[in-house]
Design a binder for this molecule. Structure first.
Ligand code: FAD
Length: 512
């Protein structure tokens, strides 16, 4: 029977991203996906800066066309695409949709899921992932030291078993793995079922020159939502309250366009608008990622697939450290501790915003809103793999307000080193990195950190963004950054015994 270190169930965006991140870390893995290719149904098209940062770290960001819009998605209410808009609704009320370019070396990408997935599949294969398409998981048993998994090839029906050290369930919102494990879900639950009609209409692209990309269609007897993939494909969505013939679907598209334009319907599909968060993200050797862990509707914050890709990013280095013997299995417990609160944060922020508040009704208690940059770059994680992220801290803040707070993403600053200009984010990814301007910290012997970067020697920060300000450490301090770019610990003081012991504690927390 074949043994696989990590078996990934589901080869859509999140499963493929998990495989890519693991293969880049040198961890052998197999992806089983029951379909042979990507689903043609309309789904994700907005990928955020953080997602692109992860892809940049593993060297594939330049394969993904990165758009450079100066704003996030804009939504307007119109009678039809060709009419003037009557109102514009902000994703975060009171906050302009402008992007803060200074916060990331990457911009987001507007690319349809069925275009991104082939890029990921190719990248996975390049890095040595074993992709098995047309193969489904039909059962599994979890044992003390491994998971036994039954697979079936859909062509021919051949059934066989493999064993795996760990299983990543990236099998979507209806996850059979989650259900078999008996993990329930909580949240606002089912809200609506929608019908999507995907159609090609190059003539409609001209209307994008006006700025907005999302159109709430309001007519007396017709309410729908129209948006674009940005590649002359458009999606119309409305309540799936009854069966509609092809003629009716075409008529709905015509009404939404509002002007005579040639279009061709490509496909139609249904999807459920819902909010459900798994009550636990892991059980023994099995980890839930992506929609199997959190089912959230599409938002202008990109809280769907992007959240799942971030799960995979969080889990990959932990699996690497455990499988290579650098950390004990306790590190894997921090996956649920860190990612489930993020799932809840995104659930609450989705349904507290006007785009969705109307659908949840009075029983829902909205949370105060965090701004766009706080949600994208400034979420906080707390677990044994972070020291200094206390319960008194908010779940999100702007990154410049955090200034290197442990539990948040290490800040992006353009720095120079070796005659090149790089992002500080380019320094992270492979292993723990200790960043310090202090000769005291830089020359300590016996630290279990693979990489010490001396600020002022190896890299130089610009005068208007000094290291000690960006990372909040003072001239004598140091910052320890995890392989996923999260600050694990920092010291404002010099390398005295207390500070060294505290840094060792976080490294040990990651190896206990
Ligand atoms: C209309 C729409 C628009 C959206 N827009 C955005 C957006 O702009 N940005 C964003 O971030 N998100 C968006 N989303 C959400 C996004 O599409 C999902 O979050 C994303 O697809 C989740 O990826 P996943 O890999 O977790 O699960 P899925 O995409 O559901 O993939 C699960 C995979 O597992 C496979 N599978 C299931 N069971 C088995 C089995 N037993 N054996 C083998 N394979 C199995 C399935 O075939 C499937 O390929 C949108 C969703 C919709 C519906």
């Amino acid at each position: 029977m074949q043994h696989i270190p990590v078996l990934i169930v589901g080869g859509s965006l999140v499963g493929l991203s998990a495989s890519l991140f693991l293969s880049w870390r040198g961890i052998s893995n197999t992806v089983v996906e029951k379909h042979r290719g990507s689903s043609p149904h309309p789904r994700a098209m907005g990928f955020t800066e953080m997602t692109l940062e992860h892809y940049r770290t593993v060297g594939i960001a330049d394969r993904i066309p990165q758009t450079l819009p100066d704003t996030r998605l804009r939504r307007v209410t119109v009678e039809n695409l060709a009419s003037d808009w009557t109102a514009e609704s902000e994703w975060t009320p009171g906050e302009a949709a402008d992007r803060s370019e200074a916060l990331s070396p990457c911009s987001g990408a507007a690319i349809a899921q069925d275009r991104l997935e082939p890029i990921l599949r190719n990248a996975c294969v390049d890095l040595g992932s074993d992709l098995r398409l047309g193969v489904e998981v039909i059962g599994f048993e979890q044992e003390e030291d491994r998971v036994q998994v039954r697979l079936r090839e859909r062509d021919g029906g051949l059934e066989y078993e493999v064993t795996a050290d760990y299983v990543i369930a990236a099998d979507g919102a209806t996850s059979a793995i989650r259900e078999s494990l008996g993990i329930g879900r909580s949240g606002v639950g089912h809200l609506r079922t929608l019908r999507s009609v995907l159609f090609s209409c190059p003539a409609a692209d001209a209307y994008l020159d006006r700025g907005p990309q999302q159109f709430q269609i309001e007519q007396a007897d017709f309410h729908a939502f129209l948006t674009t993939y940005g590649d002359s494909r458009w999606v119309l969505m409305f309540d799936d309250d009854r069966d509609r013939s092809d003629v009716e679907l075409a008529d709905a598209v015509r009404r939404a366009l509002g002007s005579e334009m040639h279009f061709e319907i490509i496909t139609t599909g249904r999807w459920e608008m819902a909010g459900r968060i798994a009550n636990c993200y892991s059980e023994g050797r099995i980890f839930l990622t992506g929609d199997s862990a959190h089912q959230l509707p599409p938002t202008r914050g990109g809280f769907g697939a992007n959240t799942g890709i971030a799960d995979a990013w969080n889990l990959a280095w932990k699996l690497e450290h455990v499988l290579t013997g650098r950390a004990s299995r306790a590190l894997l417990e921090t996956y649920d501790a860190e990612r489930r609160p993020i799932g809840w944060l995104r659930h609450q922020q989705t349904f507290s915003r006007p785009d969705y508040a109307a659908w949840v009704g009075k029983g829902f208690d909205p949370d105060p809103l965090f701004g766009n940059d706080a949600m994208e770059f400034g979420q906080l994680v707390r677990s044994a793999a972070v020291i200094g992220a206390g319960p008194e801290l908010p779940m999100a803040r702007r990154p410049d307000d955090w200034a290197g707070q442990p539990g948040t993403r290490a800040p992006h600053v353009w720095v120079s080193g070796n005659g090149e200009t790089i992002s500080t984010l380019d320094l992270f990814g492979r292993d723990f990195v200790l960043l310090t301007a202090s000769p005291e910290w830089a020359t300590i012997g016996g630290l279990e950190v693979a990489c010490v970067i001396r600020v002022g020697i190896d890299v130089h920060f610009p005068d208007d963004m000094r290291f000690q300000d960006a990372f909040g450490v003072g001239a004598a301090g140091a910052s320890l950054v995890r392989p996923d770019g999260i600050v694990a610990w920092r010291s404002r003081s010099g390398a005295d015994d207390t500070a060294i012991a505290s840094m060792r504690r976080v490294l040990k927390g990651s190896s206990d």
